[in-house]
Design a protein around this ligand. Structure first.
Ligand SMILES: [Zn+2]
Length: 308
């Protein structure tokens, strides 16, 4: 059996962008319930996410931008940064724990205390560009974690894999000039945030797919495009931007993945990690808004990570 760490924090539930916002605290509750119902909780090591420091977050964002966001939480009510993205009085507590979860996961996996780790966090991060919060995202959690692995632990090459239904424009923005990082992704196109299909940098293997596509299309892309690129890069660690909004039941997007596809892709990534990365994988929650399919997919993903 593999040792898998599960990292979260109660503060991640406090971020609330309004009653009907799909990026809701209930997402973490649904994951928790399903994890316990599946009996997985006995097999994982649970950790409370620490608060990320401004220095750590500033490896992926300009320091002034980080400080400005930290200072912009309202005292009461909700402050919108764009029509989808808003701050409540507790939002930055949640954002600091989310970024901190990725850092802790990286430390646990690189110190050998866990073989891999899943971060059940919100707000998500992959739309957050270096200098811009957007698309439900404030700090780019996976980018902060990857830079931590490179700068603090001295890794030379890492990969970021993004199977969220939306293009990880923020992650691309942060790493497009950093050849140490290979990003591979799929995303529905044309679709929010309408980026990713034109003139990608050489270290970006981001594959647009049409609305209505199902697991067969996804698996073909992974097999024929992602896997050769990943093997060629030989990452010393794999980070996953694990969004589950490409699920068939998720109305946020129009793709047709199911739990079996998430299990399959997780197996593929474990195979690459076994070849070049000493099995190290850190997976961070991004999207996924249908509570039932989100929770089932996360459990399927973690079961595969943990060899259960
Ligand atoms: Zn998404």
């Amino acid at each position: 059996m593999t040792s898998t760490a599960f990292i979260t924090h109660r503060d991640c539930w406090l971020h609330n962008m309004g009653e009907h916002h799909p990026e809701s605290p209930e997402r973490l509750g649904a994951i928790n319930d399903r994890l316990i119902a599946a009996g997985l909780d006995m097999y994982l090591s649970f950790h409370d996410a620490p608060v990320a420091s401004v220095d750590q977050i500033s490896r992926a964002h300009p320091r002034e931008h980080v400080e400005e966001l930290l200072a912009s939480v309202p005292e009461h009510g909700i402050r919108h940064l764009d029509p989808d993205t808003a701050l409540c009085p507790h939002s930055m507590k949640a954002a600091l724990r989310s970024a901190g979860a990725g850092i802790m996961a990286t430390d646990l996996v690189l110190s050998g205390q866990a073989e891999n780790a899943f971060c059940a966090i919100r707000p998500p991060g992959h739309h957050a560009e270096a200098g811009k919060a957007m698309g439900f995202c404030f700090f780019n959690n996976v980018a902060v974690a990857a830079r931590h692995a490179l700068e603090e632990h001295g890794l030379k090459r890492v990969a970021i894999v993004d199977f969220d239904v939306h293009h990880g424009n923020g992650t691309e923005d942060i790493f497009k000039d950093d050849p140490r990082v290979l990003m591979v992704s799929i995303f529905q196109h044309p679709f929010y945030p309408y980026s990713g299909a034109d003139n990608p940098a050489p270290n970006m293997v981001n594959v647009p797919i049409k609305a209505g596509s199902r697991g067969d299309v996804f698996r073909e892309i992974v097999t024929n495009i992602w896997m050769p690129a990943l093997r060629n890069h030989a990452p010393e660690m794999i980070f996953i931007s694990a969004g589950f909004d490409a699920h068939y039941e998720d109305d946020m997007g129009s793709l047709g993945l199911v739990e079996a596809d998430y299990m399959w892709v997780t197996e593929q990534l474990k195979a690459v990690a076994a070849e070049s990365a000493n099995r190290r994988i850190v997976s961070l929650l991004e999207g996924g808004y249908s509570l039932s399919s989100l929770a089932r997919s996360v459990v399927a993903h973690i079961k595969t990570l943990a060899d259960l």
